[in-house]
Design a protein. Structure first.
Length: 458
């Protein structure tokens, strides 16, 4: 029997070798290095926003991008209104939940109508912004714009609704109890909770804070931020532009409101090194560690993104992935995540997971690679690949189709009221040098100030 196994093993190895040998051109494979291919520079140009821009008399702006990719239309409203901007914790979350209900003064059966039309409705709110989106068949675009208009202009901010949705549901709050169930999302939530503890940019709402939310609080927040001058709408897909312009005018043109609110920059986070350990009833453990970031200018971000792409940018050729996965097989992923905010401190964190007995080794490898990129220059090849991926890949995907183009333009304009940052991004990325990468690593990566979260199997 052993001889049979040996023969089978030999045959399998022989087959594999024969498949890998021979003339490369006969196999249709090209092993030429990208630096030797003579690739032409990308000739992609960002679409001109003025070609798609529509501004109503009340200040509401829209970007209408038509395309025949599929017979669908996506209508998304972006509002500079986030959880970091309310005067009382839980107010913004309450409004977000009311918006998710779809209840408005014009329709009490919105979700039933959406189901009948197979429409997709979503509301997301983070620390600095809200996005309300409807995806519908092309023939239902009039219904979508009318429905969105009703929900945005007359949401059901009533005592009954506020009571039902106070704080957006504090039961979801991250704590040691959910850590016992163990997963990466919980670990990330715990990291954010400790990093932003006591700060306006925390995502946590306590039961006491939720209980204190009133109808007047939610109404005041809504009136301040849900004003036409603070809203940008993106419409992408298969539609008639003239017809949609008229629908937007009919649906939103009579909406009056105040000036675009002035938002003050939030306080920075005082760095402090801390390590928090939790136990989980799982056969796996999780690690999240990182530090806060200051508010960064458009000029500062490209070098940091290039550096992170090389170190841990969420693909299969990062330093972290190769050291932890390819060479040692300790985990399925080890990546770095950048979070930028316009008005408050962001974060730079690293996430990985594995068997409990290798978590310490994973931490050592992550910190080792962080120190290495802070102390040594990156290679020419690493820099070239990162610049190409960000400038000619990630950036161009933002305009891949009509839906993405409309969304990208609307969100950018809503945040910055211009396209200066977006239009110069590719040039800025390509101008990043090795020295810039090293400087960014030393300026924005500080392991001595890391907040570290470990969820370890009991």
């Amino acid at each position: 029997m052993k001889n049979v196994y040996k023969i089978l093993s030999f045959l399998i190895i022989t087959l594999l070798v024969s498949c890998q040998s021979g003339n490369k051109s006969e196999q249709g494979l090209d092993y030429q290095h990208p630096t030797e291919m003579g690739l032409e520079a990308s000739n992609f140009k960002m679409p001109n926003p003025d070609d798609y821009k529509v501004t109503l008399d009340n200040g509401l702006t829209a970007f209408l991008v038509t395309g025949k990719e599929v017979p669908l239309v996506t209508v998304t409203a972006y509002i500079v209104a986030g959880t970091a901007f309310d005067d009382k914790a839980g107010v913004a979350e309450t409004l977000a939940s009311i918006l998710k209900s779809g209840c408005s003064g014009t329709s009490k059966s919105f979700h039933q109508e959406a189901d009948d039309l197979a429409a997709q409705y979503s509301v997301t709110m983070d620390q600095e912004g809200t996005a309300i989106s409807l995806n519908v068949a092309s023939e239902d675009v009039a219904w979508a714009i009318k429905s969105l208009s009703g929900i945005m202009q007359s949401p059901c901010i009533t005592s009954q609704m506020v009571t039902a949705y106070k704080g957006g549901g504090v039961q979801r709050a991250i704590n040691g109890r959910n850590a016992f169930d163990g997963n990466l999302n919980v670990a990330v939530g715990l990291f954010s909770m400790h990093l932003y503890e006591g700060h306006a940019y925390t995502a946590e709402v306590s039961s006491a804070q939720a209980a204190a939310v009133s109808v007047l609080d939610v109404s005041a927040f809504y009136k301040k931020y849900f004003t036409p001058s603070n809203i940008t709408i993106g419409v992408g897909g298969d539609f008639d532009r003239a017809a949609v312009e008229q629908l937007l005018t009919d649906g939103f043109g009579a909406w009056s409101g105040g000036e675009r609110p002035v938002i003050a920059t939030a306080a920075s986070i005082n760095p402090k090194k801390q390590t928090e350990e939790y136990t989980a009833d799982k056969l796996q453990s999780w690690y999240v560690a990182g530090n806060a970031l200051p508010v960064l200018s458009a000029e500062e971000i490209p070098a940091l993104e290039v550096m992170n792409y090389i170190l841990g940018g969420g693909h299969f050729d990062t330093r972290l992935y190769k050291e932890t996965r390819d060479l040692r097989g300790l985990t399925n992923d080890a990546s770095g995540f950048l979070t930028f905010w316009q008005y408050g401190p962001g974060s730079y964190d690293f996430r990985t997971y594995g068997r409990p007995e290798v978590l310490g080794q994973l931490e050592e490898l992550v910190l080792s690679e962080i120190n290495k990129i802070r102390n040594e220059e990156v290679s020419d090849e690493e820099l070239m690949v990162a610049q190409g991926a960000l400038a000619d890949g990630v950036f161009e995907v933002k305009f891949q189709n009509s839906h993405k183009t409309a969304s990208t333009l609307a969100e950018e304009f809503n945040k910055y009221q211009s396209f200066e940052r977006l239009s110069t991004y590719q040039e800025s990325v390509r101008a990043v040098s090795k020295d810039d990468v090293k400087e960014a690593a030393n300026k924005y990566l500080n392991p001595d100030q890391f907040t570290t979260i470990k969820i370890i199997s009991k």
